[in-house]
Design a protein around this ligand. Structure first.
Ligand SMILES: Nc1ncnc2c1ncn2[C@@H]1O[C@H](COP(=O)(O)OP(=O)(O)OP(=O)(O)O)[C@@H](O)[C@H]1O
Length: 700
């Protein structure tokens, strides 16, 4: 509370709130002032571009202005970036409302973060009461998969004569069971029917996986939610944690899963102080166990029914963009009723562009992007969105060829690069000597230490009461002696309590550099990544925070052949639709709006999957402010089709753009119909012969 400024606030109130429309204002002020007696939980159904972020930021600021203590305000977001943005926007509103001088920072939001990050924090704090060791490290998906692979091997399942599911599939099943709270058999039946015969073995595997995690004092992503939910199932602890927060606000509620909903309910069973914001029409994460039911069922999940405020006025898009998007989502099966409207002007029609193939698609987009730039639209205000990271390959080549700088979001595996994993493993091993995965990886980096020696080391450490002493006492093979001594010395330094972060990173880097040169021909390029990691490190207060935050919310973007653009340079944005969530651009192109890409041919099994793909297209379309083009290549190239290898596919316009919706689009063909006709006609006739079949037949 900021008591001395109450009067100023009241006089400033109109200008702080006058950017809100009536519904936004109702949501922002719910439970305060005239509605102070209304203790119902609040559900804000916010259509695309209707000011969800705007409203939530104002609500946070408003609550603080009305006496809420920022320390007692829990704000759960989908990504760390979203948490930072929310804190910054709420801060800006407060700054205005309180007329703070620019030099005086508004109060921060110490409890803003993702469910996973907040879970990790609470679990560390409550660890002693939960029978957990507070020094746990967190496995990212890659580590978790590796550990699952190891356990799969140790339990003898990799040697079964019929092919047992791969480690990635096993982890997927495990994760789904945890996040959806469904029994294994149900998950197998609904989502992994081809693995159903392995139910008993999978149970054994998952039991062993859980034991391995516990022995190593590591938690995976799912544990962060699971343990938090388990903690909240203990009424005394739930009451205690719930009482720490006067307000619990959840953003992007449509993409939460059962566990997350359970956590919120357990903290605030009466619903008082709970605000959730979301749009069922934008729910796109069911493959990670999210369930749109959370938002559909929210009104009746607390001891008092929720107040629902619906935001239907879209501030983002022009009339044609909104009409086309509305038409696409109107065909969805189940949703909270709302009809978005905008009073933004008529604007340019939405284009539905037919091109011969993905090379043509890339050429057209590159031309168009440059045309728009000539007309004054910066590259940064333009985005190209796609269903799957690999869909942008042809476009990336074309952009690089023409020297058009771009940044790609959503396809990056920065943390999965071997050299980045090496450095992180070293730091993780220093943080948690029980982490077998990290230890194994780190030990193998020492020249002369192979699998057998590494196993011997890790076994000795696992059995010892003091694993650090066991490492120092380890006798390496003779050829590794000198290098091992250097490694053991490094390890001892990394464990020194007085070492001040990020000195650890510098020590690790200095030791790793010669290993990098020894292990990789392209060490010079990889070194840049390690430097990038070191730069990132400086932004964190401690090694533990760095490892936790980086694991929970890895960096999302990369740039490709065109060279890394500097922050102040202009660049085109390429993004998967999933990573485009919550963002907006003046001009948006959506690639491959064809059946097989969207809906993806990997997701056409069930009605739910198809519905989610429809929402994905809707999310993509509603990112556009002024201009939207959906590109339909008649033929496109696909990579790594299971069993089929790389090949060309012929496809039709996505089923989500039904005949009846065509009046909402301007249909174009490129190259102009005359030029394209011979090509299209040739292709429409299909292949005359199959070269591949002939090649196979030659060996029969
Ligand atoms: N009351 C308002 N007056 C003027 N502009 C507004 C208002 N509310 C929101 N906007 C603007 O509308 C745009 C969309 O807002 P915001 O990003 O908060 O929407 P959103 O609901 O989070 O969108 P989505 O769910 O589609 O990602 C932004 O440019 C924002 O500044």
């Amino acid at each position: 509370m900021l008591p001395s400024t109450g009067l100023i606030y009241r006089s400033r109130l109109p200008s702080a709130m006058d950017t809100l429309n009536a519904e936004q204002s109702a949501a922002v002020t719910h439970g305060t002032g005239e509605t102070a007696a209304d203790t119902r939980p609040l559900l804000i159904i916010a259509g695309a571009g209707s000011g969800k972020t705007h409203t939530l930021a104002h609500r946070v600021a408003h609550l603080i202005r009305h006496g809420a203590d920022p320390q007692r305000l829990l704000l759960l977001t989908f990504s760390r970036r979203a948490a930072q943005e929310m804190a910054q926007r709420a801060g800006a509103v407060l700054q205005r409302a309180l007329q703070l001088p620019p030099t005086q920072a508004p109060p921060g939001l110490p409890w803003a973060g993702t469910f996973h990050a907040i879970g990790a924090r609470l679990l560390r704090e409550y660890a002693p009461r939960l029978g957990l060791e507070p020094g746990f490290t967190i496995h990212d998906r890659g580590d978790a998969e590796d550990l699952m692979g190891l356990v799969r091997h140790e339990t003898g399942l990799s040697a079964t004569h019929k092919r047992f599911p791969q480690k990635g599939t096993c982890l997927g099943i495990y994760s789904r069971v945890v996040n959806t709270r469904e029994p294994l058999a149900a998950v197998l039946a609904s989502t992994y029917p081809w693995c159903a015969a392995w139910e008993a073995e999978l149970k054994t595997l998952f039991g062993a996986y859980v034991e391995a995690k516990q022995a190593q004092n590591v938690l995976d992503y799912d544990d962060l939610l699971l343990f938090w939910a388990e903690m909240m199932a203990e009424p005394a602890l739930a009451a205690e944690v719930g009482a720490r927060f006067d307000h619990v606000l959840v953003d992007e509620y449509q993409d939460t899963n059962r566990l997350q909903a359970e956590i919120v309910r357990a903290m605030k069973p009466g619903g008082q102080g709970v605000t959730v914001v979301g749009d069922d029409a934008q729910s796109i994460y069911s493959f990670r166990g999210a369930t749109v039911r959370n938002i559909l069922d929210f009104p009746h999940q607390f001891s008092q029914s929720a107040r629902i405020v619906t935001l239907e006025r879209n501030y983002r898009s022009t009339q044609p963009v909104l009409q086309a998007s509305n038409a696409v989502i109107a065909a969805a099966r189940e949703r909270h009723a709302k009809q978005l409207w905008t009073d933004r002007g008529a604007g340019r029609p939405v284009q539905l562009l037919l091109v011969p193939d993905d090379a043509g698609q890339a050429r057209w987009i590159a031309d168009d992007v440059l045309r728009e730039r000539e007309a004054g639209l910066r590259l940064k205000s333009q985005a190209v969105l796609f269903r799957t990271s690999s869909h942008s390959a042809a476009l990336e080549l074309e952009l690089a060829r023409r020297n058009i700088p771009f940044v790609k979001f959503g396809g990056l595996k920065f943390l999965e690069a071997a050299h980045v994993k090496d450095v992180l493993a070293l730091l993780r091993f220093a943080e948690n000597p029980r982490s077998r995965m990290a230890g194994f990886r780190a030990a193998l980096l020492v020249p002369g230490i192979g699998q057998a020696s590494a196993t011997r080391l890790l076994d000795a450490m696992a059995e010892a009461a003091d694993p650090v002493a066991a490492l120092q006492a380890f006798v390496p093979p003779p050829q590794a002696q000198a290098d091992w001594a250097a490694f053991a010395a490094l390890y001892a330094r990394l464990r020194e309590p007085a070492l001040a972060w990020p000195a650890d990173m510098e020590l690790a880097r200095a030791w790793y550099q010669p290993q990098l040169e020894r292990l990789h021909d392209d060490a010079a390029v990889r070194k840049l990544d390690v430097e990038q990691l070191a730069r990132l490190a400086t932004g964190f207060a401690s090694r533990e925070r760095f490892l936790t935050e980086l694991t929970l919310d890895p960096p999302q973007s990369t740039s490709d052949e065109s060279g890394a653009p500097h922050r102040d340079e202009d660049y085109l944005v390429l993004s998967t639709i999933h990573s485009a969530k919550g963002q907006e651009w003046r001009s948006v192109h959506v690639l491959n709006v064809v059946d097989g890409c969207i809906p993806s041919d990997m997701a056409t099994g069930t009605t739910e999957e198809i519905e989610e793909e429809r929402r994905l297209l809707y999310v993509a379309m509603t990112r556009a402010r002024d201009r939207l083009t959906l590109v339909v290549p008649h033929r496109f190239y696909v990579t790594q089709q299971s069993g089929g290898g790389d090949r060309h596919m012929y496809a039709g316009r996505s089923r989500f753009i039904a005949e009846s919706m065509l009046p909402h689009f301007e249909q174009l063909t490129w190259p102009a119909a005359d030029a394209a006709a011979p090509l299209l006609a040739r292709e429409a006739a299909g292949p005359v012969m199959s070269i591949r079949a002939r090649a196979r037949a030659a060996w029969r």
